[in-house]
Structures are given as structure tokens and as C-alpha cells.
Write a protein that binds this ligand. Structure first.
Ligand code: HEC
Length: 187
């Protein structure tokens, strides 16, 4: 009888863990989807109305604003990062750097950049956190500001705003970076 009870307890607690992970994954996917489509919408609209130099403003101001609005809406921290950042505020921490490196490995082993994701529960001193990342592929439009042949006025504008810019020289299909999501979970 005791044995059955024990098994029941183990089973139910592991399903709680599975549910929690599943819920986090679903929520992160929704947040990332909304972040990606809102950003892309603003970027494309700004490129149309004010060209690439004007659109730099969208990435500079609007991207962090959308990130903080969605972080509130979904009650988790959502941001963008990369192994080669334009804005040093977006620099990856050790966990993110490691995941980005494994994304590069998985890509070279043939996985599609479009579906590269990773999530993990991290247990620290007295706290637990769920983390997830999703790779961002470099598309055609991205090359205008992240490629190898950046037009003179665009480059001048980037130089002014980002003297330590590392986010150039990307090619179509490269991993430009990743969305990164984190949420403290119940210990
Ligand atoms: C009009 C110029 C422009 C275009 C086009 C553009 N970006 Fe950016 N991108 C920027 C700027 C400026 C930043 C820095 C934003 C900031 O200050 O947080 C940036 C930052 C990023 C970051 C955050 C990491 C970092 O380097 O700081 C990612 C990821 C990114 N861009 C991906 C893309 C992708 C993918 C595309 C194509 C869909 C794209 N960008 C198109 C200008 C551009």
C-alpha cells in the first residue's frame, strides 16, 4: 500500500514538473512569436516610410520598448542576444553564450536555423528559473544593417550610435542571434 502511495506521489509530482515546463514552453513560444512579428512589422513599416537610416531608430528605441512591454504582459523577461552584438546591453550571459554556441554546432550538423530552440530549468542557490532560447535567422532585409556591404549613410549612423558594433558581416541564413526568455519558477 505504502509503495503504491509512494508511486502515486512520484507520478503526480513529476507530472507537475512536466506541466510547469510545458506551460513555460508554450508561454515563451507565444511571447517570442509576438515579439518577432511586432518587431518585424515595425521594422518593415519604418524602412518603407523613412528608409534604413530612419529604421535604425526602430531597432534602437522600439525594440527595447516592445521587449519590456511583452515582458510585463507575459510576466517573464524577454530579450534578444547574440554572439556578436550591436548593443552591448544585449550581450549574452554565460548560459546564453553556451546555448548560442550549441546552436552553431547544431546548425553545422544540418538542423534548420528556423527551428533551433533550447529550454532548461536552472536550479540556483534557493531559486529556480526556467530559461528558453530560440535562434533568429538572418533574412535578406537584415543584411541592409547586419551584412557585409552596408551603405555609407547607414554605416555612418550605426558608427555614431554603436561605436563597439560587432553585428556586421552576416550572410543570408546565418544565425543572427536569438530570442531569450526567463522566468522564475516555484521552488
Ligand atoms: C535598419 C537597420 C536594421 C535592420 C534592417 C535590422 N537590424 Fe537588427 N539591429 C539594428 C540595430 C540598430 C540594433 C541594436 C538595437 C539595440 O540598440 O538594442 C539591432 C539589433 C539586433 C539584434 C539584437 C542583438 C544585438 O546585436 O544587439 C538582433 C538579434 C537583430 N538586430 C536581428 C535582426 C534581424 C534578424 C534582422 C532582419 C529581420 C534585423 N536585425 C534587421 C539595426 C537593424
Amino acid at each position: 500500500m505504502k509503495k503504491i502511495l509512494l508511486i502515486a506521489v512520484i507520478l503526480s509530482s513529476s507530472s507537475v514538473i512536466a506541466d510547469e515546463h510545458q506551460e513555460f514552453t508554450l508561454q515563451s513560444q507565444a511571447a517570442i512569436k509576438e515579439f518577432a512579428s511586432t518587431l518585424k512589422g515595425s521594422l518593415v513599416a519604418a524602412m518603407k516610410s523613412s528608409g534604413p537610416v530612419g529604421a535604425i531608430n526602430v531597432c534602437n528605441n522600439v525594440a527595447p520598448t516592445i521587449a519590456s512591454e511583452l515582458s510585463k504582459k507575459y510576466d517573464m523577461k524577454i530579450a534578444r542576444t547574440s554572439l556578436k552584438v550591436r548593443n552591448p546591453d544585449n550581450a549574452p550571459d554565460n548560459w546564453e553564450k553556451h546555448v548560442l554556441n550549441t546552436f552553431e554546432e547544431r546548425k553545422s550538423e544540418g538542423e534548420s536555423v528556423k527551428t533551433l530552440t533550447f529550454s532548461e530549468k536552472i536550479t540556483g542557490d534557493g531559486s529556480q528559473e526556467m530559461r528558453m532560447m530560440k535562434a533568429i535567422p538572418t533574412g535578406e532585409v537584415c543584411l541592409i544593417c547586419h551584412g557585409s556591404n552596408i551603405a555609407e549613410p547607414v554605416q555612418a549612423s550605426l558608427d555614431k550610435l554603436y561605436p563597439d558594433d560587432q553585428a556586421t558581416g552576416f550572410s543570408l541564413g546565418d544565425i543572427r542571434g536569438a530570442f531569450t526568455v526567463r522566468k522564475k519558477s516555484n521552488p
